[in-house]
Structures are given as structure tokens and as C-alpha cells.
Ligand binder design. Structure first.
Ligand SMILES: [Zn+2]
Length: 313
């Protein structure tokens, strides 16, 4: 008999951030400042720049680096949407319809977007089909968290830059210089992380949601323990119990969870002596949209992981 019981109390939605009610105001304020600044810095274009819509927040943040000073990328799957189990709302459908360029991971993640993609008038960029994208599989299924490898972020940036430069030749140089800046920031980030993680690189760790394999493989870290079925955010009670035994047996002292989870509850379920439970934000929910926010997403994650591996709370 196969029975998987989900745990509603700690089931996480990656895009759900009830404690971030003030963020809309901040984003709006930033938008107006950026919009104002861009009109004063960039020569007034005769035609409006192409609009970009990104399915999920990490892609929106990559796009924001490329369109800096030209336009503000829109987010399709907004608050309360878990990309693994999303259902498209009318307003989100409109965002897709209105965009000149749509950026999404592909059918391995945003399943409900698949049908509408074929009907859109704008250019559709599907990350999983891009050339030179690194794809990993977990238990025979493609792991959709591709943005956690900075080499993939580079490929996404290059493809988006090309598409936008073709559609909007007047701003072509600006897109290209934004891309160069973004790639340089990622180079620096990777170099710094490699140095910083070296002393703790061979330590074991565990995750509640199996979303970090790209990052782990890019930097040659130990593969984290994870509950089965956790690549789509639906770990069952039995796999949580198995995870607890593995954590104890292997004397793991670092567990990464997502910001919406309750650490005290997980401590009760999984807790062993010396286990540090640290919150890591794979979606960049805590970040304000800006040209540097994607780099910050990876930087924050790297710092969080190092702190956790060092065994500090
Ligand atoms: Zn996920």
C-alpha cells in the first residue's frame, strides 16, 4: 500500500510570503524612482521599449539586470503561487498576453502556462530549451530549479539580451552593456564563493525542499540529504521520518528550510542534538526587484549555506 500523507502545516509555497505585506509599497516606490531616473538618463525613445514578463521571480530578477534603465520586467506568478502547483489567474493571463517577450522555465516547472504559451503573440523564451543550459534530473525527472546555477543564469541573460536587442535596436547597446555588467558580477560572485566555502566544502547537509542540486553540483559540494518527493515541494510524513533517521546516522548538523516554514515545528519533527535549522530563500522573495537582486539572491544563499555548514545558528 502506498500512502503519502502531506503535512499541511509545514507544506511550503515558494511564492507565498504572508509576512511581507509591506513589500508592495516598497516595490512601487522603487518603480517610480527607477521610472523617473530612466526618463532623465536615457534619451527619450520614439517607440516604447518591449515589455518583458517573467513567469517566476528569479527570472524576473535576471531580466531586471538586462533591462536596467530601459523597462521594468513584470512577474506572472505572483504572491501565493507555488510554481510547482500553480493555477493561472485572469490578471496573470493578461500579463502574459500583454508582454512582447515572455520568459519561463518550461513544462518541467510551470505546467499550467504550457497551453497559453503557444497562443501568445509575443516572443516566448523557454529556459529548458535554450542552448547550453545545464539540466539535472532527480529520480528520472528533470529538476526545474535551473536558476540556482549561475552558468544557467548567464545563458538566460545572453538569450534575453539577443531577443531584446533584435526587437529594440535603439536600446541594443544598453542591453549589451547591462549584460556585460551582469556577467562580470556573476564571475566575481562565483570566485568569492569558491574561496569562502572551501573550508566546509566536504561537510554533509540536509534540505527540506530539494531545490539546491544545481548550486551543489556547480560548486562540487556534498549532495544534501532530502526527503523523497521533495523536488516538487510535497514531502510526505514517511519521508520526513526517513530524513530524521538519516540526519542522526550521518551526524548532519545543517538543515536548510524555506522562509515560510516554522523552524520550531521542524525542530520537533526532525530535531536532533546540534542540528542547526536555517532558512534559505530559493525564490528571492525577500528581495526588492533591482538590477542587482539576482546576484544578491545567490550571494545570500551562499552565505546562508556557509553559515549553516559551519554549524552556526
Ligand atoms: Zn521548488
Amino acid at each position: 500500500m502506498k500512502s503519502i500523507t502531506t503535512l499541511p502545516a509545514i507544506h511550503t509555497k515558494e511564492s507565498f510570503a504572508p509576512h511581507k505585506l509591506g513589500i508592495t509599497a516598497k516595490v512601487c516606490l522603487l518603480f517610480f524612482i527607477c521610472a523617473f531616473t530612466s526618463t532623465t538618463v536615457v534619451a527619450a525613445p520614439t517607440v516604447a521599449a518591449p515589455t518583458v514578463a517573467a513567469s517566476i521571480r528569479p527570472l524576473q530578477l535576471i531580466a531586471a539586470a538586462i533591462t536596467d534603465g530601459i523597462s521594468q520586467p513584470q512577474l506572472v506568478l505572483g504572491k501565493g503561487q507555488d510554481p510547482h502547483h500553480a493555477s493561472l489567474r485572469p490578471s496573470e493571463r493578461r500579463t502574459l498576453n500583454d508582454a512582447d517577450v515572455v520568459l519561463w522555465i518550461g513544462p518541467m516547472l510551470e505546467v499550467p502556462l504550457q497551453e497559453i504559451m503557444a497562443e501568445l503573440a509575443g516572443s516566448v523564451l523557454t529556459v529548458q530549451d535554450m542552448p547550453d543550459i545545464t539540466l539535472h534530473a532527480i529520480d528520472g525527472n528533470l529538476d526545474p530549479h535551473v536558476w540556482m546555477d549561475s552558468r544557467n543564469a548567464r545563458q538566460i541573460a545572453v538569450q534575453l539580451t539577443q531577443t531584446l536587442a533584435n526587437l529594440d535596436p535603439a536600446n541594443s547597446l544598453r542591453y549589451q552593456s547591462n549584460q556585460q555588467k551582469f556577467l562580470r558580477a556573476l564571475d566575481e560572485l562565483d570566485t568569492n564563493f569558491k574561496q569562502a566555502v572551501a573550508p566546509v566544502q566536504q561537510r554533509g547537509w540536509a534540505v527540506y525542499h530539494d531545490a539546491f542540486r544545481y548550486f551543489q553540483r556547480q560548486f562540487g559540494l556534498i549532495q544534501p540529504l532530502a526527503p523523497t518527493e521533495s523536488s516538487t515541494n510535497q514531502a510526505g510524513i514517511r519521508s520526513i521520518t526517513q530524513l530524521r533517521s538519516a540526519i542522526q546516522q550521518q551526524q548532519i548538523n545543517c538543515l536548510l528550510i524555506e522562509p515560510v516554514m516554522n523552524p520550531a515545528e521542524l525542530q520537533t519533527l526532525l530535531g536532533t542534538d546540534g542540528l542547526h535549522i536555517v532558512s534559505a530563500d530559493v525564490m528571492g522573495l525577500d528581495l526588492t526587484t533591482s538590477p542587482t537582486a539576482y546576484v544578491l539572491l545567490l550571494q545570500n544563499f551562499g552565505n546562508t549555506l556557509i553559515t549553516c555548514l559551519q554549524g552556526q545558528p
